[in-house]
Every structure is written in C-alpha cells, then in structure tokens.
Ligand binder design. Structure first.
Ligand code: EPZ
Length: 420
C-alpha cells in the first residue's frame, strides 16, 4: 500500500494547473447512460474514482474508452443491474440510479456504503424517485427501483443538513426523460450541479434554474450524445492555495474558476493570505501575518465542507484561536487526531473544532482516513519541520490527480513509497 514521504519546511514556488472536477465528472459520466448516442467528455481527471465509474458503466453494458483526459461513452444498450461490489465501493456511484430510471424505468444498484465522514443516507434520493412514480424496494443490500411511467412532480429535496448534491443530480437525471414538468425545491446550487445541468441541456434536456434552489425540468422524449468539457476542480484549487499559504510560499494557479471559489478566497484573505488575479490565473502567497479566523461549512455558495480539513491546517499554523464548525457532515473531524501527532492543538466541541494555532508542527507518521483529510495531512507534512509519512494514500488518489507530482513540481520534497 503506497504512502507519501514528505520532508517539510520547503515553501512552495511555481505554477500549477488545476484538473477537471471529480464531483462534476462522476455525475456527468453517469448521465451518458441517458442516451444511446456517443458522448465525449474532456478534461477528465485521472482518478481512481473516475476509473471506478468507467468500470461501472461497462458493467452496465456501455462502451467506455479512456484516452488521456478524454472519456468516450456509448450506452447503446443497457442492463438494469449494476455490479454489486463495484457500486458498493464508491459512494458517488449512487448517481447511476437516476439515469438508469430515466432511460429504462428500472435500476437495481447496491446501497452505497457510508464512509468515515458520516452515514451518508440516501433517503432524499429515494424520496425524489418515489415522487416521480418509482416503486422502490430494498433487499439484500440492493435498491430495486421500477417505474411504469415517470411523471413530473413538485419535489422538496431539502434534508436536515440542507440540500443534497448527488440527490439533486439523481432527480434531475430521472426527470429529464419523465412526462411533464418537475420542480426541485431546495436543490443544491453547487457548480458541479450546474455543469451537469449544462451537459444535460446540450443533450436536449429542458432545464431552468440550475444553480438556484429551484430547478424546473420539462421532460423530453429522448436525448442525444454530446461533447463536453468538465469544469475545473474548485476543491483542488483551494487545496493548492492553502498549501502555498501553509508553506509560506508563492504559487500561480492556472485553470481554476475563481467565481466558484468566493467563500474560500474570502476566508483566505481574512486569514491574511494574499490572493491576486492575473488574467485567469490566481497568485497566492502568505501575507506578512496570518490571522486567526472562524469558518462554518455550509451548502454552496457557503464555505465548502470539502475544504474544512485543509483550512484547519492553516489555522493550526496561525497564532491565536480559530474555530471551525462543520454543518454538513456529522463526523468530519477524523483528521484532528492525526494532526495532533504533528503537534497541532485542536479540541472538538460538538460540531466545532477549536484550533489553538501557532505551535510549530513537527513531522511524524500519520494515516489518511478520507480524501480531504489526506490532503490536509500532506499540507501539514509540508509545513512541518522534519519528515512525515502519510499512509493509506489510496484515499488521496481517489480525488487528486497526480498530487505528489504537482507538489514536487512546486518544490515540495515529496515522494511516493511503496509501504509493504
Ligand atoms: C457530494 O456528496 C460530494 N461528492 C461530497 O464530496 C461533498 O462533500 C458533498 O456533496 C457536500 O458538498 C460528490 O459529489 C461525489 P450530500 P453527496 O448529499 O452528494 C445529507 C469529496 O470529498 N443527506 O450533498 O453525497 C448528508 O448526510 C466528497 O469530494 C441526507 O440526509 O453529499 C449530508 O449531511 C466528500 N439524505 C448532507 O445531506 C440524503 O438522501 C449533504 O450531503 C442525502 C444526503
């Protein structure tokens, strides 16, 4: 099992280009199931989650070709049952439910696993499908969804933590081929949902309001294959910006969409990070003094939960008291105990983490627990004195394309080692 060996204390300098967004490409790959036409998706990041999704589409009978950052899919004929083990392994695979229902009114997929950040229920996904006329039974770990007809409906999709990103994606993908008009109230507004809606509209779907809490979909008879370039990954861009500030370096980030990053850039500026826009590039460096801040994770356009762990590292380096409140997932502080091994002083009070920052970090062996926590540990290792070994970095490879190579090109002393 691979791990990353990091010799800290080196400020990052240089230029990095952001890859396509994992959380846009997964639902868009699923959406190719809605047509028998050929779909070509560009700026696809080389991630294990993407390779997984490609395998899932193939297990459903689609032809899938991956050529560099371009994925071509033709789902000419489909079988309604996905590969149980494959689907169970990746939470994001739940977003094949909607397109399978939309295309052939039947889907049998395994219940997605929870993960370390929370139970990850899918009650809202199933509520949306039922509202469209689907009969759902759950037996021996499978969701078996059947609909004689999909009829447009008014669907409220808000849950205890607000909107659901993949729930909104799933309902949208079922509703585009339903009869009549569907309104999704309390829809997720994330840029990845907007990118999916753009892809579906290019296919011929009629969608109004994507990016707002109310999305209206008028069902059509069928959809065509299209070409599409995926939006850049705002979470990867935020991760690199924080890494530059944490290591007291200065980097230029190419290919990001600053208009998708207002909450993160705003909080980084509050924290004393200097951010300059040069054309379409972002130049990020630590200012003269880092300042303690408080952060609350919220649905978009609030501060993204996927940047919470990385931000905690910057706060751990900042003299003073910082507070992070996690409002989206019930247990997304797994990185706190690992950061403590590096000398961070963080205590958890319910949904909040109190960060007593300013202690210098020193390297130690740490273990990744989930995708974004792994990124936080890498940032902390680069900021710490001495050597840090981050194990179980398969978590990292799920969502960051060649992150060790990108960081090494910015001067980080980081190498991938094969831990027995
Ligand atoms: C997406 O997950 C992202 N994953 C997550 O990114 C991201 O953290 C999350 O949205 C929130 O922004 C992908 O897009 C592949 P949710 P998703 O449904 O859609 C509750 C990463 O690191 N909920 O928006 O699964 C849920 O428990 C990953 O890239 C219900 O209660 O998240 C959570 O508290 C991690 N019932 C909240 O809603 C439901 O039916 C938001 O979850 C669905 C969700």
């Amino acid at each position: 099992m691979d791990s990353l060996l990091i010799k800290g204390g080196v400020p990052l300098h240089g230029e990095v280009t952001i890859s396509g967004a994992k959380n846009a490409v997964l639902p868009i790959m699923a959406a190719t199931l809605l047509t028998s036409g050929k779909c070509v998706i560009r700026r696809v990041p080389d991630l294990s989650d993407v390779r997984f999704m490609a395998q899932i589409l193939k297990s459903l009978g689609a032809e899938v070709k991956v050529d560099g950052d371009t994925v071509t899919v033709r789902a000419a004929k489909l079988n309604p049952i996905g590969d149980y083990d494959l689907i169970r392994k990746m939470r994001g695979s739940i977003c094949i439910l909607g397109p399978l229902l939309g295309r052939q009114r039947h889907a049998k997929v395994s219940l997605p696993g929870g993960c370390v950040i929370g139970t990850r229920p899918i009650d809202l996904h199933l509520k949306g499908m039922r509202d469209l006329g689907t009969k759902i039974t759950i037996e021996s770990g499978y969701i078996d969804a059947k609909a004689k007809r999909l009829i447009g409906a008014d669907i409220f999709l808000g849950g205890r933590a607000g909107p659901t990103v993949l729930g909104t994606a799933n309902v949208m993908m079922a509703a585009v081929l339903a009869e009549g008009v569907t309104t999704i109230e309390s829809a997720a507004c994330e840029p990845e949902v907007v990118d999916l809606a753009f892809f579906l509209s290019k296919m011929g779907a009629k969608i109004v309001g994507a990016g707002s809490p109310t999305i209206t979909i008028t069902g059509v008879k069928d959809l065509a294959g299209v070409e599409h370039e995926v939006i850049p990954d705002r979470i990867e861009a935020a991760t690199f910006a924080i890494a530059a500030a944490a290591t007291n370096g200065e980097i230029t980030i190419h290919g990001a969409r600053p208009d998708h990053m207002h909450a993160v850039l705003d909080k980084l500026k509050d924290a004393g990070v200097k951010i300059e826009r040069k054309g379409l590039a972002l130049i990020v460096k630590r200012g003269s003094r880092l300042k303690p801040i408080d952060v609350t994770t919220l649905p978009y356009s609030g501060f993204p939960t996927d940047v919470q762990a990385q931000m905690m590292v910057l706060m751990a380096l900042t003299p003073g008291l910082g507070i992070i409140t996690e409002r989206i997932f019930e247990s997304r502080f797994m990185h706190v105990s690992e950061l403590a091994r590096l000398g961070a002083d963080v205590s958890i009070e319910g949904p909040s983490a109190i960060v007593k920052g300013g202690h210098p970090l020193s390297g130690a062996p740490v273990m990744a627990s989930d995708l974004r926590a792994s990124a936080a540990l890498v940032i902390a290792g680069m900021a710490a004195k001495g050597t840090t070994q981050v194990s179980r970095i398969y978590h990292l490879d799920r969502g960051y394309e060649k992150i060790d190579q990108k960081l090494a090109s910015l001067g980080a002393r980081i190498q991938r080692v094969d831990q027995e």
